[in-house]
Design a protein around this ligand. Structure first.
Ligand code: NAP
Length: 520
């Protein structure tokens, strides 16, 4: 039998009961490790994190916690090679795609370490300025203090590293202990990273815990001051929102869910313009990085009617060059999906989109390199297209979580904006053009239905960070179907882990708070 990974909970490494769930190599189909949290007393574990981990973190200043994030990043940096091996084996990703997850996580930690260092030797944050409530000294000052609960993270399978650290960095910086529950299919990388950090002794005991395996009963342990951050499908998100403990205890919840993100080529651009080729390159990149298993990937491509054929041809020609298969083969550019279950789900999604749209580039034509198609979870990239963007409802509704996107023509800009909004709230839209005024108008129009608008003109062609790359500086999240959540965005991320209170007092008392925010 393969190794059973332990959970770190209650300040100890604990093995779950029973055989547990098996994690597999999605390319070779072999068993890798097992996870189980059966038999673990979750209530006691959560209490330990709240009490021991929370107290230790709150006893530190923001500067000290920022330095701790820097130490975590160093530990992860030192063990990077092992993480790449695990990603290849368990996620089936090529090196560049593993980097998005592994180095993306380390980079985000480093960024929060830098921002946190600037917060200073205080244990609470001031929010806004003082408002006078009387002619004399009585006034109001809002104060932000870390919540005295745990932050429970329930994460998706596509980012076992970044998905943990993009949440843990602001939580730990805020002084809130973390309990991570990674998606079972790829939990190995998350577990190894937490093990390295815990064993290096760079976080107080109870500040960082991990439970691998079933989510059953976890939410029941949530208390009023806990927070829950979920990333995954809209379906699971709906269950979580309606959970008894969440509703009864007013647990603060952040949801990052499905998203029908889009790329929009503005009118007035020709097929030989740079803006056109920038859109084509980015669409292909977004379809193929991590085999399209990115919540931010471009699922819908809007182009002026007159450029539909040219865009179909240019995107298909690039996709045809993508080599798909075993990530261990140097010739391979796109590895596999994370599991055979995801493979099945993507094949079903392709069939469903095929009812409403034409296959402009057929992924099934890609010969798989160095792997057995009956075992490997590899699929070639597929570009769909339909000239009737309005009636193809499924294209605006169904997120196929793989290397799949659909090309859609629009009549005029208002039509394009209406089509983008049919995603009912998305994480990101990117806009391509060479007229700054038109780009600015499009950005403002799309801002109400998107958490991020990525605006690309030839002037920033070489320096932009990419449609799908989530930078810690910018907000990650989106309204409506995208879950309505907000993550990252610099120090804004700390809001979720703090409680805001208005302090009404004599100005002399408020002076004391401002001069030296208290030790809780
Ligand atoms: P999922 O099935 O919803 O699973 C996500 C997480 O929830 C996993 O850890 C899963 O555990 C857990 N879970 C499942 N049922 C649960 C329940 N009843 N109560 C509590 N937790 C439960 O989603 P997925 O299929 O793994 O992830 C893919 C989806 O995530 C895609 O739709 C993608 O768009 C979305 N996603 C969004 C973002 C974003 O930032 N917006 C980022 C990445 C992915 P098990 O693995 O043990 O079942």
């Amino acid at each position: 039998m393969t190794e059973l990974l332990k959970n770190f909970i209650g300040g100890q490494w604990v093995a779950g009961n029973g055989p547990g769930a098996v994690l597999r190599d999605p390319v070779l189909g072999t068993d890798l490790v097992r996870v189980s949290r059966d038999g673990i007393d979750v209530d006691t574990a959560f209490r330990f994190a709240r009490n021991a981990g929370g107290a230790a973190l709150r006893a530190m200043t923001y500067t000290e916690r920022a330095a701790m994030l820097g130490e975590i990043a160093k530990v992860l940096q030192a063990n990077r090679d092992a993480y790449y091996d695990i990603a290849t084996a368990n996620s089936g990703t090529v090196k560049n795609d593993s980097a998005v997850d592994i180095d993306g996580g380390i980079y985000t930690l480093g960024q929060y370490a830098r921002w946190g260092a600037a917060l200073g030797e205080q244990r609470a944050l001031l929010d806004g300025t003082r408002a006078k409530l009387a002619k004399e000294g009585f006034a109001s000052q809002h104060l932000m203090v870390p919540t005295r609960g745990v932050a429970l993270f329930i994460n998706a399978f596509n980012f076992p590293s970044w998905g943990l650290w993009e949440k843990a960095a602001p939580a730990l910086l805020s002084g809130v202990p973390v309990i991570a529950k990674p998606a079972t299919a790829t939990a190995w990388l998350t577990q190894r990273m937490v093990a390295d950090v815990v064993n290096a002794g760079v976080v107080p005991v109870g500040a960082l815990s991990i439970l691998c395996g079933s989510s059953s009963g976890l939410l029941d342990a949530l208390q009023p001051f806990d927070v829950l951050s979920f990333t995954g499908s809209a379906e699971t998100a709906a269950t979580i929102r309606a959970h008894r403990a969440v509703a009864a205890n007013s647990v603060r919840v952040n949801i990052e869910a499905d998203s029908l993100n889009s790329a929009l080529l503005l009118p007035g651009v020709t097929a030989d313009a740079e803006a056109f080729s920038l859109l084509v390159k980015e669409v292909v990149r977004e379809m193929t990085v991590k085999s399209g298993q990115k919540c931010t990937a471009i699922r819908r491509i809007f182009v002026p009617e007159s450029l539909y054929d040219a865009a179909a041809e240019a995107i298909s020609a690039r996709l045809a060059k993508t080599t798909v298969g075993n990530p261990r083969n140097e010739a391979v550019r796109m590895g596999s999906l994370v599991s055979r279950e995801q493979h099945q789900s993507v094949i079903e999604g392709i069939t469903a989109l095929g009812q409403a749209a034409q296959r402009l580039h057929d992924g099934s034509q890609h010969a798989l390199v160095d792997c057995d198609p009956a075992i490997a979870a590899c699929v070639g990239p597929t570009l769909f297209g339909t000239r009737d963007a309005d009636t193809a409802d499924v294209v605006h509704r169904m997120e196929v979580f793989g290397p799949v996107s659909t090309l859609l023509p629009y009549r005029d800009l208002d039509h394009a904006f209406t089509l983008a909004r049919r995603g009912e709230g998305s994480l990101v839209a990117s806009v391509y053009g060479d007229d700054n005024a038109a780009l600015a108008r499009a950005a403002t129009e799309l801002a109400d239905s998107h958490g991020r608008v990525h605006v690309i003109s030839p002037a920033i062609a070489a320096q932009n960070t990419g449609h799908g790359n989530v930078m810690p500086h910018s907000l990650h999240g989106g309204p409506g179907r995208a879950g309505g959540g907000e993550e990252l965005g610099g120090l804004r991320a700390l809001n979720f882990y703090h409680r805001r209170a208005a302090i009404q007092a004599d100005g002399a008392v408020l002076d004391q708070i401002i001069a030296a925010p208290f030790a809780p």
